[in-house]
Design a protein around this ligand. Structure first.
Ligand code: 3HC
Length: 279
C-alpha cells in the first residue's frame, strides 16, 4: 500500500538512479477521493496541501476528513478517547489547504491529481503546475479510466509521471493500483453497469439485486449501493469514456437510466439521492 509507510520513490537522474523520500504532497481535488488521499497521506506523517477551487469546497473536505478520522479514532482508541483527540489533532496539523495549485507546488515532492475525469481539464492543470513544481517532483493521477501516458503528454516530465489509483473509502480500502489500464475498475464498472441493465430490463428490483449480491456473493455492498457510494457522475464519466474509445463493446454501453439520474443531479450519497435516497 502506497502510504502504509513513508513513500520512497526511485527517480532517474541522468544515468544514475537516486532514491528520494516523499515528504511533501500536494493533492489536487478536494472531493471524496482527494480528501481521502490527503487523510491517508497525513496519517502516515506526510505534510499535505489539499487544493480545490474554492474555500467553501475545502471547508467541506476538511470536515469530511475530520469526520472520517473521528470514526478511525473511535475504533483505534476505544478505551482512551483523549488519545483519539490528540491523534486527530496531530494528523490535522499535517494538512493545509489552498485554492491555488501553482502557488503551493514549489516545495512539493509529489503532486497527486484527483479532479474530474476530463482529459482537457487534467491537461490544463498539469500544464500549469509543471511550470511551477521543482524538477524532482513526481506527478500522479488518480484517474479511474483515462490513459496515463496521454495525461502526462501535457507535461515535460513523462519520466516522472504515474498512475496512483485509490479506492473509496480511501482510509479503509487497502489497494492502490499503478498497473496500466487498472484491473479493478475494468471488472467492477461493467459489473455495476450490467446490474443497471438488469434493472432497466425489469429482471429484478435494485433492492433484490443488491441483496442477492450481498448474500450470494458476499459483497459488502450491492451494485446500486456501490454506485451511489462511488458517485453516479464518476461512474458515467468512466463508462462514457470507454464507450467512446470502444463503441462496439457491449460491456461499455451507456445506460439511459444512469444518464437520466446524472442529468437530474442525483449523483448518489454525496447529493442525498442516486438510485436510493440517503439521509
Ligand atoms: N472513514 C473512516 N472509517 C470508516 C469510513 C470512513 N469513510 N467508512 C466506514 N468506516 C469504518 C468505521 O469504523 C465504521 O464504523 P462506525 O460507523 O461506527 O464509524 C465501520 O467502518 C463500519 O462502517 P459502516 O457501518 O458504514 O458499513 P460497512 O461495515 O458496510 O463498511 C465499507 C463500509 C468499508 C465502505 C464497506 O461497505 C465496503 O467495503 N464497501 C465496498 C466499497 C468498495 O467496493 N469500494 C471500491 C469502489 S470503486 C472505486 O473507488 C474506484 C473508483 O475509481 C470508481
Amino acid at each position: 500500500m502506497a502510504f502504509a509507510t513513508r513513500l520512497h520513490v526511485r527517480t532517474l537522474s541522468s544515468s544514475s538512479a537516486r532514491q528520494a523520500a516523499i515528504k511533501h504532497i500536494t493533492v489536487i481535488g478536494g472531493g471524496l477521493m482527494g480528501s481521502g488521499i490527503a487523510q491517508v497521506a497525513a496519517s502516515t506523517g506526510h505534510s499535505v496541501v489539499l487544493v480545490d477551487q474554492t474555500e467553501e469546497i475545502l471547508k467541506k473536505s476538511i470536515k469530511g476528513i475530520e469526520d472520517s478520522l473521528k470514526r478511525v479514532a473511535k475504533k483505534k482508541f476505544a478505551d482512551k478517547p483523549q488519545d483519539g483527540t490528540a491523534y486527530i489533532q496531530k494528523i490535522m496539523e499535517n494538512i493545509s489547504t489552498s485554492t491555488d495549485a501553482a502557488a503551493v507546488v514549489h516545495s512539493t515532492d509529489l503532486v497527486l491529481e484527483a479532479i474530474v475525469e476530463n482529459m482537457e481539464l487534467k491537461h490544463e492543470l498539469f500544464r500549469r503546475v509543471d511550470k511551477f513544481a521543482p524538477e524532482h517532483t513526481i506527478f500522479a493521477s488518480n484517474t479511474s479510466s483515462l490513459p496515463i501516458t496521454e495525461i502526462a503528454n501535457s507535461t515535460t516530465r513523462q519520466d516522472r509521471f504515474g498512475g496512483l489509483h485509490f479506492f473509496n473509502p480511501v482510509p479503509l480500502m487497502k489497494l492502490v493500483e499503478d498497473t496500466p489500464g487498472f484491473l479493478v475498475n475494468r471488472l467492477l464498472v461493467p459489473y455495476m453497469m450490467e446490474a443497471v441493465r438488469l434493472y432497466e430490463r425489469g429482471d429484478g428490483s435494485k433492492e433484490d439485486i443488491d441483496v442477492a449480491m450481498k448474500l450470494g456473493a458476499g459483497y459488502p455492498m450491492g451494485p446500486f449501493e456501490l454506485l451511489d457510494y462511488v458517485g453516479l457522475d464518476t461512474s458515467k464519466f468512466i463508462i462514457d469514456g470507454w464507450h467512446k474509445a470502444d463503441p462496439d463493446n457491449p460491456l461499455f454501453s451507456p445506460s439511459p437510466l444512469l444518464n437520466k439520474l446524472v442529468e437530474e443531479g442525483k449523483l448518489g450519497k454525496k447529493t442525498g439521492e442516486g438510485f436510493y435516497k440517503h439521509k
